[in-house]
Design a protein around this ligand. Structure first.
Ligand SMILES: [Fe+2]
Ligand SMILES: [Fe+2]
Length: 196
C-alpha cells in the first residue's frame, strides 16, 4: 500500500481561499491518519498534524483574518469569533504536544481537538471565506496565497537528516515554535518587520 502522507508545501492552489479550503480537507485527512495509525506510528503522524495546524492557523491569523477585519462588513465580529475558536484549539494542541502521543488521554483529547477544529473550519467556510472571495480581486487572493505558501516553506514537513529517530525532531519543535517561525516567514514575505 502506498504511504499516505500529506505534503502541504506542494499544494499548487494559486487562490488563497482555494488553498485554505484544500488545507481544511488535508487537516481532516490527517486527523483520520492519526486516529488510524498503529501505536508506534502515532507520534509521527500527530507531529505532522501539529505542524499543519500550527502553520495553517498562523497563516490565517497573519494573512486572512486581518484582511477580513478591515474589508468586510461586520468583519471585526466575525474575526473575533474565529480567533476565540483558534485559541481554544491551540491550547488543547499545546497540552497534547506536551503530554505526548502515549498519554492515556491522547485519543479522547484527539477527538475533542478534532471536534473543535472541524467546527472552527466550518465557521470559516460559512461566515468568512465566501465574503472574502466576494470582496477581493484575483490579484489580492493570489498575493495572499503567496504569503501562506511562504509560511509552509519555512516550516518543512520533514526532519533534518540524521535526527529522524528523535520524536522532538519529527515534531520540528513545539507548536509555539512552529507558529513563531511561520509568522516570521509571512512577515518577511509581506515585507513587514519580524519578531526575531
Ligand atoms: Fe482558522
Ligand atoms: Fe482554517
Amino acid at each position: 500500500m502506498a504511504e499516505r502522507q500529506t505534503v502541504p508545501e506542494r499544494m499548487d492552489e494559486a487562490d488563497v481561499i482555494d488553498l485554505l479550503l484544500a488545507q481544511h480537507a488535508l487537516i481532516r485527512d490527517l486527523f483520520d491518519e492519526v486516529e488510524q495509525a498503529p501505536v508506534e506510528r502515532r507520534a509521527e503522524a500527530f507531529g505532522r498534524l501539529v505542524r499543519l495546524l500550527a502553520v495553517h492557523e498562523t497563516a490565517e491569523e497573519e494573512v486572512v483574518h486581518p484582511y477580513a477585519r478591515r474589508k468586510l462588513d461586520g468583519g471585526s465580529a466575525v474575526v473575533d469569533d474565529r480567533l476565540a475558536e483558534e485559541n481554544e484549539a491551540k491550547q488543547l494542541l499545546q497540552h497534547m504536544d506536551q503530554a505526548g502521543a502515549d498519554d492515556p488521554d491522547f485519543m479522547a483529547n484527539l477527538l475533542r481537538l478534532r471536534t473543535a477544529v472541524e467546527a472552527h473550519a466550518r465557521s470559516e467556510e460559512r461566515y468568512e471565506f465566501p465574503k472574502l472571495r466576494a470582496h477581493t480581486s484575483d490579484a489580492e487572493r493570489r498575493g495572499m496565497a503567496a504569503a501562506v505558501k511562504a509560511a509552509e516553506a519555512m516550516a518543512p514537513t520533514h526532519p533534518h537528516p540524521g535526527t529522524e529517530s528523535a520524536a522532538r525532531n519529527v515534531l520540528m519543535g513545539t507548536p509555539v515554535a512552529i507558529m513563531d517561525r511561520a509568522r516570521d516567514a509571512i512577515r518577511r514575505a509581506k515585507g513587514e518587520p519580524t519578531t526575531g
